[in-house]
Write a protein that binds this ligand. Structure first.
Ligand code: KG4
Ligand code: ZN
Length: 334
C-alpha cells in the first residue's frame, strides 16, 4: 500500500496544504493572505482568522490536485512551530481534528528544519554533511546538517532577520508588504553600486542587520530632506544597492563557514532564497569555490506545506508520532 501523508503549514501568513505519496510530492497548495499588504507587516490576529477561512479549501484542493481521497490519508503532518501562536493553532487544531476523525496518527514538524529538508523533495539532493543558509522573515541561520534530524545552528542573526531587513527597507520606501519580492523586482532594474551601505563586523558565523536597517533609514531620511522626489527618482538603484549589501553579508558569512568546516555541499533555504541576487550570487560563489550548490525551486522557498510533508514522510518511516494533546510552540529550537 502506498504511504499517503497530508501536510499542513500555517506558521505565519500563508495557509498551505500538500499531499505526498511514498515521498513523492503530488500537490502543494498555497493560499496567500493579501490582507496584510496595507499594514506593512503581518497582523497576527488577522492572520489566524484568514487561516481559519483558508484551511479547509486548501486541504480540499491539495487532495483534488493529488487525486487522493481523504480516506486514503495515512498520517497528518503539521507545523508545530516556530511561528505566530494564533496562526499555528489553526493548523495544529485542523491536523488533530482530521486525524481524530480518521483514526490516524499525527506528526509534528519544526518549520525551520522543514525549510532545510525541502531539499529532499526533488531528485537532486545534497549529501550529508552539508551547510544550509536558511533565510526567512524571522530567521537567518547557517545550519550544519549532519543527517535528516541531526542539525545544528552554527551561526545566526543577533537581531533582525535578512527578510525583515528587506521588508523594513521596503516599508521605508513606501512599498507594500511583503517587501522582499518588490525589492527583488526593482533591484533587477537598478545599479547595485549606486549607494554603499555598511557591512557589520560580527564575529564567527553570526549576522546582524539592525545597524544596516538604521543606516538605510537615515540615508533615505537625509536624502528626502534634500529632494522630496529622491525615492521615486532612485527607487531601482536604492533597491539594487540594499539587495547587494544584504546578499554580500549573507554570502561572506556562508563562505567563511564553508571554509572553516571544509564543506562543499552548500544549500539555500527560506523565503529570501527566492531572491534573484542571492540565487545568482550563491551560484557564482559556488562556481568559484568548487561547491555543489542547492537552490530550491521557487515554490519551496517561501512557506509551503510540501516541506512539511517531506519531513512528515521521513518521521513516519522512523515511527515518530505526536500525541493528540500536543500544543503549538511560538519558539521551537531544533
Ligand atoms: O520563509 P518565509 O516565506 O516565511 C517565514 O518563515 O518568515 O520568508 C518570508 C520572507 C519575507 O521577509 C519576504 O519578504 C522574503 O522572505 N522574500 C524575499 C523574496 N521573496 C520572499 N526576499 C527577497 N527577495 C525575494 N524574491
Ligand atoms: Zn518560513
Amino acid at each position: 500500500m502506498p504511504l499517503v501523508i497530508l501536510a499542513i503549514e500555517s506558521s505565519c501568513d500563508d495557509t498551505s496544504a500538500a499531499v505526498c505519496v511514498d515521498g513523492v510530492m503530488l500537490s502543494n497548495v498555497i493560499a496567500n493572505q493579501s490582507i496584510h499588504e496595507a499594514y506593512g507587516g503581518v497582523v497576527p490576529e488577522l492572520a489566524s482568522r484568514v487561516h481559519q477561512q483558508n484551511i479547509v479549501p486548501a486541504v480540499q484542493q491539495a487532495l483534488i490536485n493529488a487525486k487522493v481521497s481523504k480516506n486514503a490519508v495515512d498520517a497528518v503532518a503539521f507545523t508545530r512551530g516556530p511561528g505566530l501562536l494564533g496562526s499555528l493553532l489553526v493548523g495544529v487544531s485542523f491536523a488533530k481534528a482530521f486525524a481524530l476523525a480518521k483514526n490516524i496518527p499525527i506528526i509534528e514538524v519544526n518549520h525551520m528544519q522543514a525549510h532545510v529538508l525541502a531539499h529532499f523533495i526533488g531528485d537532486r539532493k545534497p549529501s550529508f554533511p552539508f551547510l544550509c543558509l536558511t533565510v526567512s522573515g524571522g530567521h537567518t541561520q547557517v545550519v550544519m546538517v549532519k543527517d535528516y534530524f541531526d542539525m545544528e545552528v552554527v551561526g545566526q542573526t543577533l537581531d533582525d532577520a535578512a527578510g525583515e531587513a528587506m521588508d523594513k527597507t521596503s516599508k521605508i520606501l513606501g512599498l507594500p508588504y511583503p517587501g522582499g519580492p518588490l525589492i527583488d523586482k526593482h533591484a533587477r532594474l537598478g545599479n547595485p553600486d549606486a549607494y554603499k551601505f555598511p557591512e557589520p563586523q560580527i564575529p564567527n558565523f553570526d549576522f546582524s542587520f539592525s545597524g544596516l536597517k538604521t543606516s538605510i533609514l537615515y540615508f533615505i531620511r537625509d536624502n528626502v530632506a534634500l529632494n522630496s522626489n529622491f525615492i521615486a527618482e532612485n527607487l531601482n538603484d536604492i533597491c539594487a544597492s540594499v539587495e547587494k549589501r544584504i546578499v554580500t553579508i549573507l554570502l561572506n558569512k556562508l563562505k567563511k563557514a564553508a571554509d572553516f568546516y571544509g564543506i562543499k555541499d552548500i544549500a539555500l533555504a527560506g523565503g529570501v532564497s527566492a531572491n534573484t541576487g542571492l540565487r545568482q550570487g550563491l551560484q557564482q560563489m559556488g562556481d568559484k569555490n568548487g561547491w555543489n550548490c542547492f537552490i530550491p525551486e521557487m515554490q519551496y522557498c517561501t512557506d509551503n506545506a510540501a516541506m512539511i510533508a517531506i519531513v512528515g514522510y521521513h518521521k513516519y518511516l522512523k515511527g515518530e508520532f505526536a500525541k493528540q494533546n500536543i500544543a503549538p510552540l511560538a519558539r521551537m529550537p531544533f
